[in-house]
Write a protein that binds this ligand. Sequence first.
Ligand SMILES: *Cc1c(COP(=O)(O)O)cnc(C)c1O
Length: 388
Amino acid sequence: MGKNKFETAAIRTQIERSQFLEHSAPIYLTSSFVFDDAEDMRASFAEEKDRNIYSRYSNPNSSEFIDKVCEMEGAEDGFAFASGMAAVFSTFAALLDSGDHVLSARSIFGSTHTLFTNFFPRWNIGHSYFNINRLEEVEKMITPRTKLIYAESPTNPGVDILDLEALGKIAKKNNLILVIDNCFASPYLQQPIAFGADLVIHSGTKLMDGQGRVLAGITVGSKELVEKIYRFARITGPALSPFNSWILSKSLETLAVRIDRHCENAMRLAEFLEDHEHVNWVRYPFLKSHPKYSLAKKQMKAGGCVVAFEVKGGLAGGQKFFDGIKLLSLSANLGDSRSIVTHPASTTHSKLTAEERAETGITDGMVRVSVGLEHIDDIIADIVQALG
Ligand SMILES: *Cc1c(COP(=O)(O)O)cnc(C)c1O
């Protein structure tokens, strides 16, 4: 964090005003920028000047968004991408060579898993998975080819918590790059760089936008690593558009107050469900019954927007609950102002084998709720009638 506190940085980190002295930043919908003369253009292309040339490289709106996230995460630099997956892919592609190996937590976003299993082999990049509850095994899994450790916390959809500081120490000791996908926590609840991460990735599509409007992604971290990512992205073209950058930068102004309410609502729902007769168990990081409660308290400011629980009656019970939902949305997104329910076993994680599902904490009757910003009484009422 810079000298401003989080909420202040989220609002007051802004690009230079134009000649019109606008209060709120304008949208710079321009593909390219102009030069004064031949020497200006030469020096700009030679990168002797720090200025905008072409919006595939940089744009004032994306710079403002990046500056804000760097302030929030305590990062030196960053690059903004058209989606979270563009950030994930470009980060790997920029840092890995053919023959390298990635050590990743098993509980990761589905598309990241598919990237490892279906595409990495084409480029001769290996991967292996560790269990976040057995970090003592991680060092034994490091090979001479291992270059990078990758993980998420809290995990999706199991809402398990990874010890970031312990993993940070393992990465440092073994000279490996630690990359954390911090999308579930948001920079407001958790800043992985403070625990030893070298790079932090976000899908801006989730809590950052928070209103289900745009896709976005960002990677922030050390200047040295971001420089490599920038060199790759500048040529391959996954940059976030100026318009979406503007949306994201404005969204961040309200991130803290939105997430406070998300967490308050999620906590209320989690506590309510713990006592419900048709619910077997509830998992939420800030519930005392969560196996990693004290770790969550240590590394997170609050529990986040996702609550997982198991409906009695297995697969059929889960699907019946799902069909009973009236107000909340049946959708795959999360971190939206609208509450969203998913049934991982029959949808997002149906392609996993029963064994793989068990490894990631997914059971047949498990439901994931991304708790939104509707009134908590209405959220609970809808879930109660669906449970009945
Ligand atoms: C959604 C998500 C992504 C991918 O982001 P997109 O913006 O959908 O491309 C990556 N990681 C996590 C943890 C996510 O939830």
